[in-house]
Design a protein around this ligand. Structure first.
Ligand code: ZN
Length: 433
């Protein structure tokens, strides 16, 4: 049941009409009782009218409807800013929003798992709930994917019942954007995430006509200055809410073993694919990050050309994080190859739920602390597997398991498992950017 946003306005008016109906009923009752005696009818009329005005003042039903309206109507942003506070008014409600499952349309658990992780991404959710994406659509002819994604997110967060919904309209749009998702084959959740974010970004890119960016030489600049210029150049072409949230900048340094010259390159990243370190003992997420940022020797056929020697030289290459994204997506490379899954590593990788400190991976020792809020899990083998999601509700802070149409509470101690595949971390306010 996918609702159109206009219906929320109607819900609001219907509540108003309920009050009117009660008033009308009061008048009819009043005239009936008038036959018998004036005094009891006056008492009843008084009771009914106080009921009506009481309802208009603060009855739960009425307030809930206006909240829903505030969440996703087409009101100007300023009005919505005010009602945003009411969006989180029921932290202890049993009927907390966002706890709606997604029906499996046939091997679509990979999609459902990622959709629930994104639905619990606080800023992206609010972007959809407030319809802010509409102002970013830039009069684009094709914005169907973003519209369906926003509609789905709105339904997950404003649905009156917790009954599972069908993501079929959304699926139609994602497979138009990325035909590889046509049909009902099991797919890789991380690949799906990349395609989805890319598709959403393209539709809400604030840059409608990408300018041709001339090749500039920044080599005379300091690394920090070069990084800033490269980032601004990226934003000249790619600038959206999706970029604001998910994109970071990676620094790769290449050092010549002959002359010691170090050249640096700065590239945007949407997620980091981390190799799982092979160790007989416990493997931690930090181990995987250390392996990812470990100095790599490029020799033989891989020898790059040193800019100073003007010849191919043996070099060392190293990654560090130049710019930390608000939302850090970490993909554990459990599959030897994403498309043709030949083997799966079921290694248990321990990861912190709170305070993942990434300072040691920063280019300039800046402070970056992240908290986990969602995990896409893969159980089973490369041949037959199933995806689920563990997400922390951004309104209540409680963790839930999303298994297609089923949503159930869980303890945060159960979040870590050897099924964890894609981790979603959000930057804390204590991080210095
Ligand atoms: Zn050199």
């Amino acid at each position: 049941m996918l609702r159109h946003t206009g219906e929320f306005d109607r819900t609001f008016w219907q509540s108003g009409q309920n009050v009117l109906q009660v008033k009308t009923a009061g008048v009819i009752l009043l005239s009936l009782f008038n036959y018998y005696t004036v005094i009891p009818s006056l008492i009843i009329a008084l009771l009914l009218f106080s009921c009506c005005f009481g309802a208009a003042d603060g009855a739960c039903l009425f307030r809930r409807s206006s909240e829903q309206q505030g969440l996703s109507s087409n009101l100007p942003t300023c009005c919505l800013e005010k009602s945003e506070q009411t969006a989180h008014i029921h932290p202890n409600s049993k009927n907390a929003q966002g706890l709606v499952g997604l029906r499996n349309l046939g091997n679509t658990c990979f999609m459902n798992s990622i959709l629930q992780c994104l639905s619990n991404t606080h800023d992206l959710r609010d972007y959809c709930l407030r319809n802010t994406h509409r102002t970013d659509l830039n009069c684009r002819a094709n914005a169907a994917l973003m519209e369906e994604f926003a509609k789905l997110t709105q339904t997950l967060w404003t649905s009156a019942s917790n009954e599972a919904i069908s993501p079929s309209d959304f699926k139609t749009q994602i497979q138009k954007y990325a035909p590889r998702f046509v049909g009902y084959n099991q797919q890789d959740a991380q690949e799906f995430l990349r395609f989805l974010l890319d598709g959403l970004h393209n539709e809400v890119n604030r840059v409608s006509i990408r300018p041709r960016v001339p090749v500039e030489d920044f080599d005379h600049l300091s690394d920090d200055e070069k990084a800033k210029r490269m980032w601004n150049k990226y934003l000249e072409r790619e600038d959206s809410k999706v970029v604001d949230l998910f994109v970071g900048q990676l620094k790769s340094s290449l050092t010549c073993s002959e002359c010691g010259f170090c050249s640096t390159v700065f590239d945007p990243f949407w997620d980091l694919s981390l190799p799982i370190s092979k160790s007989s003992g416990d493997v931690s997420l930090i181990d995987c990050l250390r392996l990812f940022t470990k100095e790599d020797v490029l020799d033989g056929n891989e020898k790059p050309t040193c800019q100073r020697c003007k010849a191919r030289r043996k070099c060392t290459k190293k990654f560090s994080i130049q710019k930390f994204p608000k939302v850090l997506v970490l993909h554990l490379k459990r599959f030897s190859e994403a498309r043709i899954k030949t083997a799966k590593l079921c290694t248990f990788v321990s990861f912190p739920i709170k305070e993942l400190d990434l300072r040691e991976f920063a280019s300039d020792n800046m402070n970056a602390i992240y908290n986990l809020y969602a995990v896409s899990n893969h159980t089973g083998t490369t041949l037959g597997g199933h995806y689920t999601a563990y997400c922390r509700n951004p309104s209540t802070g409680e963790w839930y398991t999303y298994n297609d149409s089923r949503v159930s509470p869980m303890s945060s101690s159960q979040v870590r498992s050897s099924d964890a595949y894609v981790l979603f971390y959000e930057l804390t306010n204590s991080s210095r950017m």
